[in-house]
Design a protein around this ligand. Structure first.
Ligand code: AMP
Length: 510
């Protein structure tokens, strides 16, 4: 097998690593520009040329409608998803529905799926790694938020395949981060991984004992991250500018892009210092010439007040994950901080407040996930002579089941089940002479299917005509190590079988 990379395909930034065969240590590989992380930004010019990373980010101000960032928040989602609708209003590029009703983006009049956009980031990483190593790269272990559902996982895999990578495994980000941190396997420990990145918040509780790592529970908010903090600062800067100049930048995408960059650097600066300045000359053109934004003092306390609601949103998932794992704050032995946003002092304070311990940052929070993925990649590639040190057991983030009579949701595999997993349930036909059954698959926690997400369906036909309730159909759910579901339905008497690997919903789905 050729080289297999560990890739953290992030909302804001991506990072890749691999285990150096000479030293046996995981190391971050630089991109073509020599950077250790790559902005997950893709820009398309009118001639169809694609630019990725920092160069693409620079294009943003000039070409805001065709420069895409944060598409991970759209991947595998329906256009009608409230989260997509909310995001649409904030983004300088166009988010539309594809013919099947999935969220897509429009590039120079053409529709692209978020997975296609992400595949450009992955291809850039692959090619950078090949240039750096001088050898072809053919595979990857790609990380995903623990909270990603079936469709989001499948689409991430598709993005990898489009980039010419064999995706050997999808790994939950918190699990990867934990792998990157050394831990003492000789004592049983409960470890909390608190990961606040650019677009998502994940909190996971892991139990480590006898070289086995088990994810006890995972929770999160896949719409809370540094981007939200940036957007709030953008809004504040826009208001200040409006007050100072009387000009509203709301409909000026190029100026908004610059505000976004300024907001992010203000936020970063305030992690280090108590106050900073904002200076943006020539931000817009007024009736009497160029207009500037100048804020001589932007204190940390102001920033913390502005994002108070976002900070408060960290609490719910922390409480929930403890409840799901049936642990108390006092049962946590270690807290690992991951994601660039954990550099913000107020975020660290919240993590400590909600989890009862100060967080550790033994590994660079931007790189931990990619380093952990590289360790896993080394195991799947079989390049390491050593036996795997740890056996990974992950858990399912949403319950999976089927529709039954009256639109009720019958769970086959409950959330937080350790995966890979398999479960079979036997259902009976409802009507006399019923010769086929439709098995509709959903995920979620609501008791009726209306409250859950439709994943797909399969039909088992050719059943023997018999009175209702007498023909039995065994429905089997198998979840592989990537969290992807395979469904089969079988009628034991005749041996008739139907199977499906669930794909994103099609136009006919609700
Ligand atoms: P990640 O997804 O882990 O790369 O995290 C990226 C997020 O972390 C972005 O929203 C960054 O703006 C944010 N970030 C990076 N460095 C800092 C810092 N020093 N202070 C605050 N936020 C940061």
């Amino acid at each position: 097998m050729g080289i297999v990379l560990g890739i953290d395909l992030g909302t804001t930034n991506s990072c890749m690593a691999r285990v150096d065969p000479a030293t046996g240590h995981a190391q971050v590989l630089p991109n073509r520009e020599g950077e250790r992380t790559t902005p997950s930004v893709v820009s398309f010019d009118a001639s169809g040329k694609v630019t990725v990373g920092t160069a693409a980010r620079r294009q943003g101000a000039l070409n805001p409608r065709n420069t895409f960032f944060g598409v991970k928040r759209l991947i595998g989602r329906r256009f009608s998803d409230p989260a997509v609708q909310q995001l649409r209003r904030l983004l300088p590029y166009e988010v539309v529905a594809d013919p099947a009703g999935n969220a897509a983006v429009r590039v120079h009049g053409q529709l692209l799926s978020p997975a296609e956009v992400s595949s450009h980031v992955l291809r850039y990483l692959k090619e950078s790694a090949e240039a750096h190593l001088g050898e072809p790269v053919d595979g990857a272990v790609i990380t995903v938020p623990a909270y990603f559902d079936e469709v989001q996982r499948q689409e991430t895999k598709n993005a990898g395949q489009r980039a010419g990578l064999t995706v050997h495994r999808l790994l939950n980000e918190p699990t990867a981060a934990m792998l990157a941190c050394r831990f003492d396997e000789s004592h049983p420990e409960n470890i909390a991984v608190f990961d606040l990145g650019g677009g998502t918040f994940d909190i996971s509780l892991l139990h480590v004992e006898d070289e086995v790592v088990q994810v006890l529970a995972t929770c999160g908010d896949n719409f809370l991250g540094g981007d939200n903090f940036d957007e709030i600062v953008v809004e504040a800067l826009r208001r200040i500018f409006l007050k100072q100049t009387g000009l509203d930048l709301a409909s000026d995408p190029a100026a908004l892009w610059r505000l976004k960059e300024a907001a992010e650097s203000t936020k970063r600066a305030l992690s280090e210092v108590e106050q900073t300045t904002v200076d943006m000359p020539f931000l817009a053109q007024g009736a009497e010439g160029p207009l500037h934004l100048s804020i001589p003092s932007f204190p940390r306390s102001l920033f913390e007040n502005l994002v108070g609601k976002e900070l408060e949103r960290l609490r719910g998932p922390c409480d929930q994950v403890l409840q799901d794992a049936d642990l108390k704050v006092g049962d946590i032995h270690r807290v690992i901080l991951v994601g660039g946003m954990t550099r913000m002092p107020a975020v660290r304070a919240r993590a400590e407040q909600y989890l009862g311990r100060p967080g550790e940052r033994t590994v660079n929070p931007d790189e931990a996930v990619a380093l952990g993925a590289a360790l896993e990649a080394d195991i799947v590639a079989g390049t390491s002579d050593e036996q795997p040190q740890v056996l990974l057991l992950d858990v399912l983030s949403r319950s999976l089941g089927v529709r039954t009579e009256g639109g009720r949701f019958s769970v086959l595999i409950p959330r937080n089940t350790t995966i890979p997993a398999r479960e079979t349930k036997v259902f009976a036909t409802t009507f006399d002479h019923q010769t086929h059954v439709d098995i509709e698959v959903y995920q979620g926690e609501a008791s009726t299917v209306d409250g859950n997400r439709y994943l797909g369906e399969l039909q088992l036909a050719g059943l023997p005509a018999a009175p209702g309730g007498t023909v039995r159909v065994a429905v089997d759910f198998t979840i592989d190590a990537d969290g992807i579901l395979h469904v089969t339905a079988r009628e034991p008497a005749t041996g008739r079988k139907a199977e499906a690997r669930l794909r994103p919903p099609t136009a006919s789905s609700p």
